[in-house]
Design a protein around this ligand. Structure first.
Ligand SMILES: NC(=O)c1ccc[n+]([C@@H]2O[C@H](COP(=O)([O-])OP(=O)(O)OC[C@H]3O[C@@H](n4cnc5c(N)ncnc54)[C@H](OP(=O)(O)O)[C@@H]3O)[C@@H](O)[C@H]2O)c1
Length: 186
């Protein structure tokens, strides 16, 4: 798929239930990678403005947003066209950027950390003293999962490419296996 830089894209208009966001930072999510490979089922059809995970400032609000946040507040969320200067986000899905955090630092909270938390806590029912296997532990979701599993007091066995093992250990993994050869423990 071709990627083209355009400079005349029109600023989107927030629809019902949406904010207009001035994008401060956008993340390249695994879904973006899948989208470029044509394997992301729910994704837009070309041509489209790429990106869907961002943090930025509320500069507009569409109709039917209940108790809207003030203009100028920075939020994290998802929506179409995150790799542009302005994008829209469903208001119901945004979270305020934590006080003192930059947009870039807050980016992972809305998808990566939420995905890791959902896998570990309500689905995995993680408990102190338990053991968790985290695949792709050096990736965005994996790094969050390793740190959260540590937080919950579980033993963490991680998989990653050898060049990333030090990163994963520094995050708190107890054992790291080669993701290409998980049968070979170090
Ligand atoms: N990011 C999200 O918000 C989110 C939400 C829901 C679900 N997920 C799912 O969670 C998984 C991880 O996502 P992520 O965002 O953490 O991805 P990521 O940051 O891009 O990390 C992906 C890692 O997976 C490993 N990998 C193994 N086989 C691979 C392959 N064939 N192609 C690419 N990478 C491969 C690589 O680590 P090694 O080199 O160390 O093996 C790579 O660094 C994906 O399946 C994704 O669909 C992600």
């Amino acid at each position: 798929m071709d990627l083209t830089l355009t400079t005349d894209h029109r600023r989107p208009t927030p629809g019902p239930g949406e904010y207009l966001i001035r994008v401060g930072a956008a993340g390249i999510n695994f879904a973006d990678v899948m989208q470029t490979h044509g394997t992301y089922g729910a994704g837009p059809q070309a041509p489209y403005v790429a990106g869907f995970e961002a943090a930025g400032e509320i500069v507009g609000v569409g109709p039917d947003v209940k108790s809207p946040l003030q203009f100028g507040i920075h939020v994290i969320g998802t929506g179409p066209g995150a790799f542009a200067q302005y994008m829209t986000m469903p208001a119901a899905g945004v979270l305020p950027v934590p006080s003192g955090w930059s947009d870039a630092a807050a980016l992972g909270l809305v998808l990566n950390w939420a995905t890791a938390l959902a896998a570990l806590k309500p689905l995995g029912e993680i408990q102190a003293g338990g053991t968790v296997l985290v695949h792709a532990a050096a990736g965005g979701v994996g790094q969050a999962a390793v740190r959260l599993a540590n937080h919950y007091g579980a033993r963490v066995i991680a998989t990653a490419s050898p060049a990333k093992h030090d990163t994963v250990k520094a995050l708190g993994a107890d054992d790291v296996l080669d993701s290409r050869r998980p049968d070979l423990a170090e």
